[in-house]
Design a protein around this ligand. Sequence first.
Ligand code: MRU
Length: 366
Amino acid sequence: MNVNGKAYRSIWLNPDGCSVSIIDQTLLPHRFEIRVLNTVAEAAEAISTMRVRGAPLIGATAAYGIAMAMKEDSSDDALDIAANALLATRPTAVNLRWALTRVVGELLPLPGSARQAVAFELCRRICDEDVEINFRIGNHGLGLIRSLWEQKQHPGDPVYILTHCNAGWLATVDWGTALAPVYQAHDAGIPVHVWVDETRPRNQGAALTCWELSAHGVSHDLIVDNAGGHLMQHGKVDLCITGTDRTAFNGDVCNKVGTYLKALAAADNSVPFYVALPGPTIDWEMADGVAGIPIEERDAAEVTTVSGRLENGEIASVQIAPDGVSARNLAFDVTPARLVTGLVTERGVCNASEQGLKSLYPEQEQ
Ligand code: MRU
């Protein structure tokens, strides 16, 4: 997508062929800074500190982490150590495991001397595939938005869409998952207006989704996390759409904490609640998402403080709770399949159920 008229992906290979550049998402929306990653340690640091975040981008960065490890040491031991270090960075998004399994699986049978070149080429493919997948998700989701628009009394009335966290291009290699349909609807001339949940504690909605939407010229309002229910009750939301970090094969959907409450409010108000996801976000080993998906618990300081820009332009963190307060920072929750109207994938839209998912991914049938 474009930043100040220049096309960017969220991660790209540098001309040296053995390092990557990322957009440091911890500095947005105040500063747009590119950071170069040279080593597996730098890739792991970028994931755990959330310079890169969002399930598909975490996977792509981890894949490049393995490739960069192969520059220093291409032995089996080094492969194993790099994969374990990357896997330990964040527990919830299954794209991390998916990418590591794919890269390690391709490299292991090869001689050490071939591994670096093959790994970088595979990472390029993983990134290109992600872009293609998300474009297709956008296309399928566009159909849903178009049909809501066609039901409007006046063609100038916008389709009101509520989203949580950031499932836009910054969370993927390009396009995004939940926001890909929004961008494609906007580009097709369908009026859309997005309600953006701020998404405490790290405010991915306020910082990243609003930044992306305004760069693309999509109409939106930032709202506090608890406003969505009120908007739904008053007929101001036509569609909720979010991304997901891991979807169990029974259709339970794990996403940024607070997603579940939006789904409950949507069900109570008969607002369709869709989740957009690429195939690699489906965990075919996970039968029950509510019971089994590991929920990341991050530093409590993210809850007791808020970070932002001071009047003098400096980025700072301020404390919002009493000294010594005890806080918990559960970063994700799971929305049970029964609350999900449908899953929007690169292969089409299906019910949030094992049967629905297997109808689109028949290769997973035993
Ligand atoms: O903690 P984050 O910012 O990595 O969480 C990201 C999300 O929850 C996104 O909604 C999810 O990864 C889907 S992104 C296409």
